[in-house]
Design a protein around this ligand. Structure first.
Ligand code: PLP
Length: 455
């Protein structure tokens, strides 16, 4: 066996997620990241980066936190693994569930653990199916999601995801999944339509879809409080109020996908608290461990639990080898302690305000910027060929990916969001004012470079 470098081994042997297979095999990794501290990363060539995306919206407490590493070390020595099947249990997931339930509030009562946001959303669909089968409503199975919703990549969760490119390659969505319009002001609001009118129109669209399908066939509606990967789309005023009125009328469950927004990114423990959602089920992942190790969950409300746990017969026929992994839970407990002790949720809100102000100053008046938007510590800048009325760039120009690439050349990591010329910002909560200023200055310089190339 020939000894190869990690860079060479990666190019030759790794099949990368969401990457161009052909190009990766020829050109290799864009960067091989080897070290992280706070908001800063270093690659194998010693280049430094500011991570404006906290990985994939997930390293909330920042890289290199000893408290989490120590908790993992201690737990690995004490009990590296045991499962939760057949009512077996370990201590960390039990203590974590108690904390999650306390913070979720409302009528939340139980946590089912998984490994990723995608598998947690699959679990949601199974819970919803079991709920309606047990209620004697086997025909009530359709789930409505939204265009530009991002809910994962498994067969079911990719079906929920409202991005056509993620369907076309794999013959999705599944037949029981539907999509309604996103609350995407820039492209979906009528000229002169205010927030309330726009929200009411979107709720009417949902109502019409449920009636057309037959309310007796529609089981659930899934939504991120702020659509993340689909464009950092912040709900207009009155949106969730109007949507929830429709759901209640038709006995349709609400699943809040809080994979990004859970545990502080929107300045509250849960995004639902900020935007007035009263979900029946909540999906969590990412921020629960700040991605030190994989862990996800579905939080179940009393309304659903009552049905699932009604009667001694039957076993819930679902679970992962790693459901309730004690290492994941130990990391999560240490992570939540840091979030609380360091006041990181308040900090996320504060740094988010600073970030949005910096972005507005740097970008809002630029002729190629259609919108600067965000909430909490999530923000985006969307680029347009023309501003008023907004006109999209030809997708072949790859404007956002080029700006991301030009930012990377300046040591700033952002992301180009799919099917829109949008770049996103979602840094660790520990990001400093100076780091935010450097991120914005670097991406603005990248825009100037790409704008110059376009003329
Ligand atoms: N749900 C939301 C809102 C997400 O943002 C993501 C990932 O970005 C997922 C689900 C899927 O999570 P995972 O990539 O852990 O499967």
């Amino acid at each position: 066996m020939t000894a190869t470098s990690p860079v060479d081994a990666d190019r030759r042997f790794v099949f990368h997620p969401f990457s161009n297979a052909y190009r990766h095999e020829r050109e290799g990794a864009t960067a091989m990241v080897v070290r992280g501290r706070g908001t800063r990363l270093e690659d194998a060539d010693g280049r430094q980066y500011l991570d404006a995306m906290a990985g994939l919206w997930c390293v909330n407490v920042g890289y290199g936190r000893e408290e989490i590493a120590d908790a993992l070390h201690r737990q690995a020595l004490e009990l590296s693994y045991f499962h939760g099947f057949s009512s077996m249990a370990t201590a960390p997931p039990a203590l974590l569930a108690e904390q999650i339930i306390a913070r979720a509030g409302g009528s939340m009562t139980k946590v089912f653990y998984g490994n990723s946001g995608s598998d947690a959303n699959d679990t949601q669909l199974k819970i919803v199916a079991s709920y309606n089968n047990r209620r004697g409503r086997p025909e009530k199975k359709k789930v409505i999601s939204r265009d530009r919703g991002y809910h994962g990549v498994t067969i079911a969760s990719a079906s929920l995801t409202g991005l056509p490119a993620m369907h076309a390659e794999f013959d999705l969505p599944l037949p029981q999944i539907r999509h309604v319009s996103a609350p995407y002001r820039l492209w979906n609001a009528e000229p002169g339509e205010d927030d309330r009118a726009f929200s009411a129109r979107l709720a009417d669209e949902l109502d019409a879809m449920i009636r057309a399908e037959g309310p007796e066939t529609v089981a659930a509606f899934i939504a991120e409080p702020v659509q993340g990967a689909g464009g950092v789309i912040v709900p207009p005023e009155g949106y969730f109020e109007a949507i929830q009125r429709v759901l209640r009328e038709h006995d349709v469950l609400l699943i809040a996908d809080e994979v990004i927004s859970g545990f502080g990114r929107l300045g509250h423990w849960f995004g639902s608290h900020r935007f007035g959602l009263e979900p029946d089920l909540i999906t969590i992942a990412k921020g629960v461990t700040s991605a030190y190790v994989p862990l996800s969950g579905t939080i179940v409300s009393e309304r659903v639990w009552k049905v699932l746990a009604d009667g001694p017969e039957g076993v819930f026929q679902h679970g992962y080898t790693y459901s309730a992994h004690p290492l994941g839970a130990a990391a999560a407990l240490a992570n939540l302690r840091l979030v609380e002790e360091e006041g990181l949720i308040e900090r996320a809100e504060r740094q988010g305000e600073t970030l949005r102000a910096l972005l507005r100053d740097a970008f809002a008046d630029h002729p190629l910027v259609g919108e600067v938007r965000g909430a909490g510590l999530m923000a985006a800048v969307e680029f347009v060929a023309e501003r008023d009325p907004a006109v999209r760039f030809d997708p072949a120009l790859q404007v956002a990916p080029r700006i991301v690439r030009a930012s990377l050349d300046r040591g700033i990591i952002t992301r180009a969001l799919p099917a829109a010329d949008t770049i996103s910002f979602s840094p660790p909560f520990v990001v400093t004012d100076d780091e935010l200023a450097d991120m914005v200055a670097g991406t603005r310089a990248a825009l100037d470079q790409v704008a110059g190339e376009l003329t």
